[in-house]
Ligand binder design. Structure first.
Ligand code: BES
Ligand code: MN
Ligand code: ZN
Length: 482
């Protein structure tokens, strides 16, 4: 999806030739004398456009305007969340008529946050998955003209948002692909394709390399499937090579059947989404390729399938992780932490400034937070503050979760250094406590996106989260960031 930023006031917006002109209005809108503003002024005065956020007024062939359809969108007090709701409502209204050319006009200058939310919401609402459909209904909107009263102060915020949209869309695309169209090898190729951009390099480790590295936990998960594992390593070098990188680790289980501890069959198809973390890392690299910020970033994706077979890891097996810690695999369905722990140990070699892993890790996190906020775990105050800020500014929301040592009690076992599961209570937290054992050498954070990474049911589909959050976080860590 392409966006173009323009300086447009309501007088010039009247000349926008398009299928739909969306005008986003603040609660305190003051009508001018031009035809469009006076029309808006009349609609507000008559109460035909309500003051409640996300109220709409739909006008066909408005006299004196070049657009075929004008949709007025009430943003209310312009709280950022209301901007998203307004755009979402307007898109739901116009989508059935499949508009091709749309212009979005902000009646009042948006801040960078409102601009980000408006455009990411618009892109999200118009997205259509087409890859494995023979006669797909593709997205009707390909180009969007974005009008603001003065474009100059928004140029860099706009570029960031557009890059975020492209990253989010890449993440959605890979997460939505069925597991037979998104194998570890496919993901590796997608990563290699990203390395065509300036300052990006990609290295793909195969089974032999992973064996040599001693990643016994990762290997144990991959063992049950004939599909070869891949350990994908991406590097973005936007700053001096001596600058320690931010490392992102994405869970890349391309299908999670549970393994020998097999899942119930109802909705098991949804476990194709168990690589949303990996997809978000690819999405972030897509955005980095576009923006070329002054920072170093490493992306690590341990990717394999989790399937039952005669070669599969069994409940009770003890495996040795790359860190040397032995792990009793009490439940083969707690496989995410097994592939992640070895990637987290691998991350040590970069002497990172910060490491964040992103994983559809636990059903317990879905119960705790639903799909609205990702669970965020970190014992590092500096990282927590930066992630919270990025979560707000991107409106890709997260929520702080605890890491008290008492939560690790249930992971104790007589047969290894640690078990891979504790009981059901606090399952998202005990999973995080397991991971934390492998992160002593650097500041670490963990995002559980089991609820936020994709939607189930009728609106089934990947969300592309938390690409927005991660990108805002990374950009805030730039050397020259304000
Ligand atoms: N991929 C799942 C977590 C998941 C569940 C993501 C539902 C999205 C929706 C993970 O590998 C898993 O199976 N976790 C288990 C852990 C349990 C065995 C301790 C779970 O959450 O049930
Ligand atoms: Mn599982
Ligand atoms: Zn899983």
């Amino acid at each position: 999806m392409n966006f173009e930023l323009l300086t447009l006031d309501l007088a010039t917006a009247a000349h926008e030739k398009c299928d739909v002109l969306l005008v986003l209005l603040p609660a305190n809108f003051k009508a001018g004398r031009d035809p469009l503003s006076s029309l808006i002024g009349k609609a507000l005065k008559a109460g035909d456009l309500a003051s409640k956020p996300a109220s709409l007024l739909d006008i066909y062939r408005p006299a004196g305007l070049a657009c075929s359809r004008l949709v007025l969108v009430q943003l209310g007090d312009a709280k950022t969340s209301d901007v998203g709701k307004g755009v979402q409502a307007a898109m739901a209204l116009i989508k059935p008529t499949k508009p091709k050319h749309i212009s979005v006009c902000f009646a009042q200058a948006p801040d960078s946050q409102a601009l980000h939310v408006a455009l990411t919401t618009l892109a999200d609402a118009s997205y259509a998955y087409v890859t494995t459909v023979s006669k797909p209904e593709s997205r009707s909107i390909s180009h969007v003209r974005v009008g603001v009263p003065d474009s100059a102060p928004l140029v860099s915020a706009f570029a960031q948002t557009v890059a975020a949209v492209h990253g989010i869309e890449l993440a959605k695309e890979w997460a939505n692909r069925p597991a037979n169209h998104a194998t570890p090898s496919h993901l590796a190729r997608a990563a290699q394709a990203l390395a065509k951009a300036a300052h990006i390099k990609c290295k793909v480790h195969d089974h032999k390399d992973v064996e040599k590295l001693g990643m016994g936990a990762f290997l144990a998960v991959a063992k049950g499937s004939a599909e070869p594992l891949k350990f994908i390593e991406l590097h973005y070098k936007g700053a001096d090579k001596n600058q320690p990188p931010v490392v992102l680790v994405g869970k890349g289980i391309t299908f999670d059947s549970g393994g020998i501890s097999i899942k119930p069959s109802a909705e098991m198809d949804e476990m194709k989404y168990d690589m949303c973390g990996a997809a978000s890392v690819l999405g972030v690299f897509k955005a980095l390729a576009e923006l070329q910020p002054a920072i170093n970033v490493v992306g690590l994706i341990p990717s394999c399938e989790n399937l039952p077979s005669s070669r599969a890891v069994k409940p009770g097996d003890v495996v040795t992780s790359m860190s040397g810690q032995t792990i009793e695999v009490l439940n083969t369905d707690a496989e995410g932490r097994l592939v992640l722990c070895d990637a987290l140990t691998y991350a040590e070699r970069f002497q990172p400034r910060a490491v964040i892993d992103i994983a559809t890790l636990t059903g317990a996190c879905v119960i705790a937070l639903g799909g609205v906020r990702s669970g965020f775990f970190s014992a590092d105050a500096v990282m927590s503050a930066a992630v919270t800020k990025a979560s707000e500014s991107s409106q890709d929301l997260s929520w702080p979760m605890p890491l008290d040592d008492d939560y690790a009690e249930g992971l104790k076992t007589s047969f290894a250094d640690v078990a891979n599961v504790a009981g059901r209570p606090g399952g998202a937290i005990t999973a995080a406590k397991f991971l934390q054992r492998f992160t002593e050498k650097y500041p670490w954070g963990h995002l559980d996106i089991a609820g936020s990474g994709w939607k189930s049911g009728k609106a089934k589909g990947a969300t592309g989260r938390p690409v927005g959050l991660l990108l805002h976080y990374i950009l805030s860590m730039q050397t020259n960031a304000a």
